[in-house]
Design a protein around this ligand. Structure first.
Ligand code: FAD
Ligand code: NAI
Length: 471
């Protein structure tokens, strides 16, 4: 049951892209409807992605730290037990609190929330199969496609979310597997490997490339975090391709091959996590009804103002170009509403941070050394290790470093790469510096509070510009 009047904006998908666009459009005084079929708002990120994975990462880290990293701090604990059901409950509480919060925000901003699956009937009309049964339709002067992404399946190894799992199964396992194999050493693979290894599983990550971390991670950083994670107990097989899988037996078997043509091998696990990337999701959306095109990777094709070839139909988030990140989707959502309302908007794609929430965290923004080398751009590097930072030493968490890359002539920052306990928060400082076109000297001459981990960021800038004081 929806209002029959035409909306200024109809949004298909209530994920981060869709719900942020809905709130922003409401704030701008537009009449908005947001269609979401999941039953809750927030999309992949809030329901089965960013939020539940970070809950498990945080609490599994605490558990692991209490077990293995407390005695030398002067804390002796008795009988430490894992209560996996409670760990999952805590995760569910975070998720439901946040998804309900988003629903409240839509209401507060006058957005009509339609629970159901939307499909194009024509260029201005979306038919909706309501979750509660029945159908309705809604018309929009503008329409925004924000249908997100889904896991890329591994051919021949059907995901059942029990023994062969995607990230969705990996955040909901009912018991800790004895042996877990992870196909893909990207961000999902490494975050989930961390969670289950900390909780007691024997985890092996199989990565096709010679470096872990997925696209964009600086090679030096990738090598360093691999060493750290290996020390924590995660096994790695890099330069190794999973060729096929078989789940008919007691255990799930993977045939792996050296990417460089070594001898094939069979690996076995109780559980196999498929983490080889995600792909755009447009199933049942009826793009064919209006002749909208996708590229060879299934992404909805848009121009620089997020317009499809039908100009009043726009598209943002995971379902189109760019990194599949929640904050990228959010930036685009605000910009697309600004385009609709005012005719201009902006996202700086050179300045989108990435964070991997392992312990220590890995975070970066801007370009890596390899990217600069490949592009033939000259650069200068300054690094500062956390082992020389007073706060890191005080906290007994000294692994990692800050690496800064700057233009050798103008000193303008080109990239920041951090491994450290607080890298995900610290990268905001690097992002701000990059966005404002700061030089390493600008940062080196900015007073940072003592004793903080952020001083490592300042000292890396000092090392880039001239010399660090404490190293
Ligand atoms: P989605 O969040 O996928 O939302 C799309 C929504 O549209 C879905 O809810 C879907 O049900 C709905 N929909 C689709 N088709 C229809 C239809 N026809 N009708 C109605 N509704 C429809 N990113 C980060 O930045 N940081 C992280 O820490 C992070 N962690 C992640 C961890 C995991 C395990 C995963 C899988 C992803 C993670 N991501 C993270 C990525 C992040 O979740 C996505 O980039 C983000 O959710 C993209 O937002 P979106 O709105 O474009 O798509
Ligand atoms: P990914 O693209 O980051 O990594 C996939 C990895 O699998 C690559 O390194 C690839 O070389 C490897 N691979 C592919 N086929 C293989 C095979 N047959 N054998 C061995 N290795 C193989 O994808 P991932 O980790 O699934 O993540 C998907 C998306 O989700 C990412 O794009 C990321 O942006 C987003 N995400 C972001 C998070 C964050 O910001 N903290 C957390 C989790 C997900």
């Amino acid at each position: 049951a929806t209002e029959s009047e035409e909306k200024d904006l109809v949004i298909i998908g209530g994920g981060v892209a869709g719900y942020v666009a809905a709130i922003k459009a409401g704030q701008e005084g537009l009449k908005v409807a947001c269609i979401e079929k999941r039953g809750t708002l927030g999309g992949t990120c809030l329901n089965v992605g960013c939020i539940p994975s970070k809950s498990l990462l945080n609490n599994s880290h605490l558990y692991h730290q209490i077990l293995h990293d407390s005695k030398h701090r002067g804390i002796e604990v008795g009988d430490v037990k894992l209560n996996l059901a409670q760990l999952m409950k805590a995760k569910e509480q975070s998720v439901s609190g946040l998804t309900k919060g988003v629903e409240f925000l839509l209401k507060k901003n006058g957005v009509e929330y339609i629970k159901g699956a939307g499909a194009f009937a024509d260029e201005h009309t979306i038919n909706v199969k309501l979750n509660d049964g029945g159908e309705t339709s809604v018309k929009g002067k503008n329409i925004l496609i924000a249908t997100g992404s889904e896991v890329t399946p591994f051919p021949g190894l059907e995901i059942d979310e029990k023994r062969v799992i995607s990230s969705t199964g990996a955040i909901a396992l009912e018991k800790v597997p004895e042996k877990m194999l992870v196909i893909g050493g990207g961000i999902i693979g490494l975050e989930m490997a961390s969670v289950w290894s900390r909780l007691g599983a024997q985890v092996t990550v199989i990565e096709f490339l010679d470096q872990i971390g997925g696209p964009g991670m600086d090679l030096e950083v990738a090598k360093s975090i691999q060493k750290i994670l290996k020390k924590q107990g995660i096994n790695f097989k890099t330069g190794t391709k999973v060729v096929s899988g078989d789940k008919t037996g007691e255990t799930v078997k993977l045939e792996v091959d050296s990417a460089k043509g070594g001898k094939p091998e069979t690996l076995e696990g109780d559980v196999v996590l498929v983490a080889i990337g995600r792909r755009p999701y447009t199933e049942g959306l009826g793009l064919e009804n209006i002749g909208l095109e996708k590229d060879e990777r299934g992404r909805v094709i848009i121009d620089s103002e997020y317009r499809t070839k039908i100009p009043h139909i726009r598209c943002v988030g995971d379902v189109t170009f760019g990194p599949m990140l929640a904050h990228k989707a959010e930036e685009e959502a605000v910009a697309v509403v600004e385009y609709i309302k005012k005719g201009y908007g902006h996202v700086n794609y050179g300045c989108i941070p990435s964070v991997m929430y392992t312990f220590p965290e890995v975070a970066w923004v801007g370009q890596s050394e390899q990217e600069l080398k490949k592009a033939g751009v000259p650069y200068r590097v300054g690094t500062f290790p956390f082992s020389a930072n007073s706060r890191a030493k005080t906290n007994l968490d000294t692994e990692g470093m800050v690496k800064m890359i700057a233009d050798p002539e103008t000193d303008r920052i080109l990239g920041v790469h951090i491994i450290g306990p607080n890298a995900g928060e610290m990268i905001a400082e690097g992002t701000l510096a990059l966005e404002y076109g700061a030089s390493s000297e600008d940062i080196a001459r900015t007073c940072h509070a003592h004793p903080t981990l952020a001083e490592a960021f300042k000292e890396a800038a000092m090392a880039t510009h001239s010399k660090a004081i404490h190293f």
